[in-house]
Design a binder for this molecule. Structure first.
Ligand code: PDD
Length: 278
C-alpha cells in the first residue's frame, strides 16, 4: 500500500476517503497536476506549481497549502513511497457541499496527492514511436484549465485502442488542437510547428521547455495551428507531456509520417530534454 496525502495528512491509501457530496465527484469541480519523477527528483516542479495556481485562480478554488508546504508534501510523498521513477498526481476539488450549481460561499477544498511508480525514462514507445488516429475535439472550450473532466479524452483513447492505435489527435475547425493527454507537434523542413497558446489547449509545461530548448539548439520554432493533412505530410510528428517527455508519432490515421520511423529532430529534442530537464 502506498502512502498518500489526503485532507491535510499522510495516511495509507486504504484510509483516504472522500465524501459523496464532494464537488469533484458531483460536478468534476476539481483541477489536477501530474509531475514526473525520475531518480527520486521532481521534473519541472516550478512549472507545474505555477500552472496549478493558475487553474485554481481561474476557478476561484482556494489552495489549502502555501507554495512552500505544497513543495514539502511533494518531496515527502516521494520519500515516504521510496519513489524512484514515475509520477505524482495532485488533485484539488472545491470540496464537499450540498448539491447546488452555485459554488459554496465557504469552500473547504479537498487536496489529495498520490504517487504512481512507472518506468518513464526507458520507454519502448520512444524507440518505436506511436500511432495516432484523428477524432473531433468534443471537449469543453476552456482546455487551458487543467480540470478533471477527462471523460472525452478517456473515450478518445479507447477509440484509438479499438482502432489498433496508441492515441488520438483531436481536431477542431480543421486544425489539430492536442493529443488526448499531451501536446501535439510536427516538424516540417527542419522547423518545429506547434499550436500557439490559447484557451483551446492546455499550456503544457513540457511544451514550453521543449520550445525553449529547441530555440537554444538552433531549431526554428513557429507557433501556429496546423491541419491534419499537414501532420500527415510532415517530416516528423511528436507529442510532449510530463510523463512522456518528447515522444515520436510515426503514423496519423494509418498514414506514415515521414518514413514512418522516429525522426532526427524528434530524437534530438528527446535527448536534449532528458539531458537538460531531468
Ligand atoms: N496530461 N494537453 C493535455 C490535454 C494534457 O492532459 C497534458 C498532460 C498535456 C501536456 O502537459 P504537460 O507537458 O504539462 O504535462 C497537454 C497529463 C500528463 C495527464 O493527464 O496525465
Amino acid at each position: 500500500t502506498r502512502t498518500v496525502w489526503h485532507k491535510g495528512a499522510f495516511m495509507p491509501e486504504t484510509e483516504a476517503q472522500v465524501s459523496i457530496f464532494d464537488r469533484g465527484y458531483l460536478f468534476a469541480d476539481a483541477i489536477y497536476e501530474v509531475t514526473g519523477v525520475v531518480g527520486g527528483k521532481l521534473v519541472e516542479y516550478e512549472g507545474h506549481a505555477a500552472r496549478l495556481q493558475r487553474s485554481l485562480s481561474e476557478l476561484g478554488i482556494p489552495c489549502p497549502l502555501t507554495p512552500e508546504e505544497l513543495l514539502a508534501v511533494h518531496r515527502e510523498i516521494v520519500a515516504r513511497n521510496a519513489l524512484d521513477e514515475g509520477l505524482i498526481y495532485l488533485q484539488i476539488s472545491r470540496g464537499p457541499a450540498d448539491r447546488d450549481f452555485v459554488f459554496p460561499a465557504a469552500p473547504e477544498p479537498t487536496l489529495s496527492l498520490f504517487t504512481q511508480a512507472k518506468r518513464v525514462l526507458e520507454n519502448p514507445q520512444a524507440e518505436r514511436g506511436i500511432s495516432v488516429i484523428s477524432l473531433p475535439d468534443l471537449r469543453w472550450a476552456r482546455r487551458d484549465i487543467k480540470t478533471v473532466q477527462l471523460l472525452y479524452p478517456s473515450m478518445a483513447k479507447m477509440q484509438a485502442k479499438a482502432a489498433g492505435a496508441d492515441d488520438a489527435w483531436l481536431v477542431e475547425d480543421g486544425t489539430v488542437t492536442e493529443a488526448s493527454s499531451a501536446t501535439a507537434h510536427i516538424v516540417l523542413g527542419g522547423t518545429l510547428i506547434t499550436r500557439p497558446l490559447s484557451t483551446a489547449i492546455l499550456h503544457g509545461i513540457t511544451r514550453a521547455s521543449t520550445l525553449d530548448l529547441a530555440r537554444a539548439a538552433g531549431i526554428s520554432v513557429v507557433e501556429r495551428a496546423f491541419t491534419l493533412r499537414e501532420a500527415q505530410l510532415a517530416d516528423e510528428a511528436f507529442i510532449t507531456s510530463a510523463t512522456n517527455f518528447v515522444l515520436p508519432v510515426i503514423s496519423v490515421d494509418g498514414r506514415p509520417v515521414g518514413d514512418g520511423t522516429p525522426g532526427p529532430v524528434t530524437r534530438r529534442l528527446r535527448e536534449i530534454y532528458i539531458a537538460d530537464r531531468l
